[in-house]
Design a protein around this ligand. Structure first.
Ligand code: HEM
Length: 404
């Protein structure tokens, strides 16, 4: 049972528990109505920050990469603690003009041929996984199935040898355990270092003996007239895991939950009365896996009538924008046939998600496989939410998928 909202300023958006204790949609509706752009006071000795909630303001903020920089970091937690050490080296945390050059390198490497091949593999793998769970009774979709898809997609994209994947998956799991007590936090830092070192090794190998894979293409490219350093290559390979693993996983889990809780919509999808393409877009809007992204103002500017000063942290809340009733009628209705559906789940403007095609391909693989192999989506326990002020989703979703 979530608590009602009396005073929006009393809610601490830096505290992950805030997003579990309160109905986030009710909270954001209240914010958009009362103070669509407001200053959130700093807590625990940390700086304050701007909160941008309306669709048009969020979209405009994403677009204004000149006044709103990504280089110090793009996640609130990181900005409150200091600056992102990958700033200026990793695509997501680099500003123009270097950002544009780096992005072109990445986009060239993600050629339509490469993407199509990866999407085919995703569909095959997901179909196989879904078929296998129809035979086992109840299982945890979050940990036993959703975990398998995105990391393999990224490994396929980067042509990571099969024999290395187990280590990479283990390190990635350790790297994600950031909310753990001190001892384990050390593990998570060293796991991240292992991943970067692994990619540096691979980058060196592919530089020496280039193939036609994504890492070889990045390793053979030039940035500002010089070859990329091994660290730059490694960080940008790692950034695909950072950007593509958890967000895709959360969208898949929330997709299953949304269809399980809306049986009529599931039946419509199963019967082919709803197009998979529109269903994918609604899942992306409905789940909004990345709840916010953040920037730092490079100069004074006005956002939604508020005066933002150079150096201020600005947060754009995708969860709120994707539920803005001026753009999405009845936003809390899960409507897989919703059209148009210009959600902001992949961001907007110069940093728009480079993995959007693959994120969609993963959802397509999942929905197609469910329709092909599963009769009913049965929830067998209350789902467990993850604790985060950045990601929305579930850590556990126990279900049964009887075969069709
Ligand atoms: C950027 C969301 C899947 C890699 C972004 C941004 C969002 C986002 C909102 C913009 C960040 C900003 O403006 O600061 C998502 C969601 C996904 C997903 C919701 C899945 C449902 C993926 C996948 C990959 C990926 C599969 C990799 C294969 C990246 C990268 C960037 C990015 C590298 C940085 C782009 C840039 O700064 O130019 N993503 N993403 N994402 N995403 Fe995704």
């Amino acid at each position: 049972m979530t608590q009602p909202i009396a005073d929006i300023r009393a809610l601490d958006l830096t505290d992950p528990m805030t997003f579990v204790r309160h109905d986030p949609y009710e909270f954001w509706r209240t914010v958009r109505e009362r103070e669509p752009v407001y200053w959130h006071e700093g807590t625990a000795g940390q700086p304050g920050f701007w909160v941008v909630s309306g669709y048009a303001d969020v979209q405009a903020a994403y677009n204004d990469a000149e006044a709103l920089s990504s280089q110090r970091g793009t996640v609130l937690d990181v900005l409150l603690r200091g600056a992102d050490s990958a700033g200026g080296k990793m695509l997501a945390v680099t500003d123009r003009p270097r950002h544009r050059e780096l992005r072109n390198i990445m986009l060239r490497a993600f050629s339509p041929r490469v993407l199509r091949e990866v999407a085919t593999k995703v569909a095959e793998r997901t179909s196989h996984l879904v078929r296998s769970v129809t035979e086992i009774g109840s299982f945890d979709f979050a940990t036993e199935l959703a975990e398998q898809i995105p990391m393999h997609t990224i490994c396929d994209l980067l042509s990571i040898p099969e024999e290395d994947r187990k280590d990479l998956l283990e390190w990635n799991k350790l790297a994600l355990s950031t909310e753990e007590p001190d001892g384990e936090q050390l593990d998570s830092v060293s796991a991240r270092n292992e991943i970067v070192l692994y990619f540096m090794g691979l980058a060196q190998e592919r530089r020496d003996e280039p193939g036609d894979d994504v890492i070889s293409l990045i390793a053979g490219s030039e940035l500002e007239g010089r070859p990329l350093t091994l660290e730059e290559i490694a960080l940008n390979c790692y950034s695909l895991i950072l950007g593509g693993d958890e967000s895709s996983r959360m969208s898949a889990i929330t997709a299953v939950l949304a269809f399980a809780q809306n049986e009529d919509k599931w039946r419509a999808l199963q019967a082919g009365e709803v197009r998979v393409e529109t269903a994918i877009e609604e899942v992306l809007r409905w789940s909004t896996p990345a709840m916010h992204f953040a920037r730092t103002a490079t100069r004074d500017l006005a956002i939604g009538g508020q005066q933002v000063r150079a150096g201020d942290i600005v947060t754009m809340w995708n969860t709120s924008a994707n539920n803005d009733e001026s753009v999405f009628p009845a936003p809390r209705v899960f409507d897989p046939s919703r059209h148009p559906n210009k959600h902001i789940s992949f961001g907007h403007g110069p940093h728009y998600c480079v993995g959007a095609y693959l994120g969609r391909a993963e959802l397509r693989g999942l929905l197609d496989a469910l329709v092909a192999h599963v009769q009913d989506l049965e929830l067998v326990a209350e789902p467990a939410r993850i604790y985060s002020n950045f990601l929305f989703g579930y850590s556990s979703l126990r279900v049964r998928f009887p075969a069709r």
